[in-house]
Write a protein that binds this ligand. Sequence first.
Ligand SMILES: O=C(O)C1=C[C@@H](OP(=O)(O)O)[C@@H](O)[C@H](O)C1
Ligand SMILES: C=C(OP(=O)(O)O)C(=O)O
Length: 445
Amino acid sequence: MSHANTPTPRRFQPGAPLTGRIAVPGDKSISHRSLMFGALAVGRTTAKGLLEGEDVMATAAALRAMGAAIVRSDDGTWIIDGVGVGGLLQPETALEMGNSGTSTRLLMGLVASHGVTATFTGDASLSKRPMGRVTEPLSLMGADFTSSPGGRLPLTMRGAHPAVPIEYRLPVASAQVKSAVLIAGLNTPGVTRVIEPVATRDHTERMLTGFGADLSVEEIDGTRIIDIRGEAELKPQDIIVPGDPSSAAFFVVAALLVPGSDLIVANVGLNPTRAALFDVLRAMGGSIEELDRRDVGGEPVADLRVRHSELSGIEVDPAVAPAMIDEFPVLFVAASLARGRTVTTGLDELRVKESDRLAAMAEALTLAGANIEEREDGLVIEGTGGEPLRGTSGERVTTHLDHRIAMSMAVAGLASRDGVEIDDTSPIATSFPTFEALLAQALAA
Ligand SMILES: O=C(O)C1=C[C@@H](OP(=O)(O)O)[C@@H](O)[C@H](O)C1
Ligand SMILES: C=C(OP(=O)(O)O)C(=O)O
């Protein structure tokens, strides 16, 4: 991807409060799935509000390479002409996944039960991430893999046709692993079962049900048992993608931290498997009001009114981690300015995201003057009690090709005395290409 070759440094300065109204772009998880399920349906699916970030575009390109017709019409609606479950074609070249773990792992599930061979490649960040978590269950279903040492990209896989249905208990709380197995189950005879001891985002289950798949979820003592009956026929859908709570998070925290802010962040998806950050910030004393709660495309959505607030430190219950897994970097920024100590635990998964997010945020926030202790499975943060962070002078924060580190430290810069300089803003385009423009809008309103 181009961003790997052209680092774009930038200094984020303190200044005006965040005011007015901004609307965040479409949810990344739902956008990937809209394209994938549309590509497997028989007929034409449309998606409005699709996130046009690099990660989602990598999914679109891979699906085109396997036979789906995917175009953006002039009014911004995406049109997907599906090939039907079982109808994927052999891609002629390697599938370039860029920075996107979701594209890679979910598409591996899709290939696993089709009789095609595909090679997956990625950027330097993605090539370090573990793929064994999906190759293991997909091998049990009959797919065959040749990967780089440690189950990393580049990786070549041969799908099995017919694949074998399995019952798989997730060893890690991962919606990507769950989804890979369920998607493989779509073209597998019989019933594929995923047992999920800790609930993770449930977009795959909700959306596949909407597309007409025979999928059931039973919950017993907090454990979810998800069954999907294969050789499904998916019916095309007209999808409206709600706004991404993970993108909204940066603006919500910025408005809480910068004095004088009073910002409306519109169109925020509040699926309970995604929205824990907002509850944690409220428990810290944050003023976050839900306006006009409504339903968009089967997901709860609201506009959030966020006002500058004095925050207090908190012990974050590790049980809520899956429902805010991508939001910890920006929570660490909020905690750095809170009164007292914030303790986070149970966050081992953060070490295998686009970067090791515990190490990267500990390093970045320390450079900006915060008081951070890095532990094996979380950070302990002594907040300033509302005093701005010092900021960075002379040195640049390293973002490690990680969009969420870049945006979190941009927020830290707004809440600092001297500003924060980050080494590369280009990874932001993977999930939130309009971030800098919306920030300029909220600062100028
Ligand atoms: O299924 C998804 O769309 C995602 C699942 C999460 O990953 P894990 O399954 O690795 O936790 C999350 O971090 C990622 O941004 C998107
Ligand atoms: C972890 C993330 O994405 P992915 O796994 O798709 O690269 C993220 O967006 O924070």
